[in-house]
Design a protein around this ligand. Structure first.
Ligand code: NUP
Length: 212
């Protein structure tokens, strides 16, 4: 993913298209998740693509042939990247990567969720997930802005992979702190789209200029 502002907008809102059009100059990419795609249809990915690269956050976590089918649908509809889980093991992640390579697409692997529950099981295996993602040639990782010390640790093991970091604002994480800890991008949803999205995105971009 090419970095200009370091911000990826998570558009978990039915007003996604309007917001994307308004904030595109302040963000590097848009991220869509199930709430939007299940309510608006997969065509929203293509529609959003006209405003910038779209990351399909389907947190793919299935047996390899189904994981591949999900990735195929995302890329076929214009996604530039997909987010997959890593705890499924290497066969499923590899299946997603194989699809991505046919579309010149990117694959980002979840290490541990940014929520408190992410620590219950996932923190314990996150380092191994990073190692697997790196060995397979994945493009990057998803790591929690709510726990910058974990970003720092995972960054050490990540090699050339990029780190995208959700959990900023509404979940308590701080954007600049996540970048300083080693994230390449922050993923921000509610703190942008709730309230005045343009102003929120502009201020965040301004704030990040100092650390990017
Ligand atoms: O660990 C993760 N935490 C997280 O919040 C992995 C994610 N993919 N996300 C996603 O980032 C989440 O699904 C949502 O789309 C976005 C965060 O939204 P917000 O808390 O900034 O509103």
């Amino acid at each position: 993913m090419e970095r200009r502002t370091g911000i990826i907008a998570a558009l978990d809102t039915t007003n996604a298209l309007n917001i994307a059009r308004e904030i595109r100059e302040y963000v590097d990419a848009f991220k869509v998740n199930y709430p939007l795609v299940l309510s608006e249809g997969i065509s929203v990915v293509k529609e959003l693509s006209s405003y910038g690269p779209v990351i399909a956050d389907f947190k793919i976590a299935d047996v390899p042939h189904i994981s591949a089918m999900i990735a195929e649908i995302a890329f076929e509809n214009g996604a530039k990247a997909v987010i997959t889980h890593g705890f499924t093991g290497s066969d499923s992640v590899k299946a997603v990567l194989d699809v991505a390579s046919r579309y010149n697409g990117e694959v980002y692997v979840v290490t541990e969720l940014s929520s408190a529950g992410g620590q219950e099981f996932m923190t314990g295996v996150a380092e191994r997930i990073v190692e697997m993602a790196r060995n397979l040639g994945c493009h990057g990782l998803i790591a929690p802005a709510t726990r910058p010390e974990r970003i720092r640790k995972l960054r050490e093991l990540a090699g050339n992979m990029q780190i995208l970091s959700p959990g900023v604002g509404a979940q308590g994480g701080k954007a600049a702190e996540a970048i300083r800890a080693g994230a390449d991008f922050v993923i921000v949803g509610r703190s942008i789209y709730e309230g005045n999205a343009v102003e929120n995105a502009r201020l965040l971009a301004e704030q990040l200029k100092e650390v990017i």
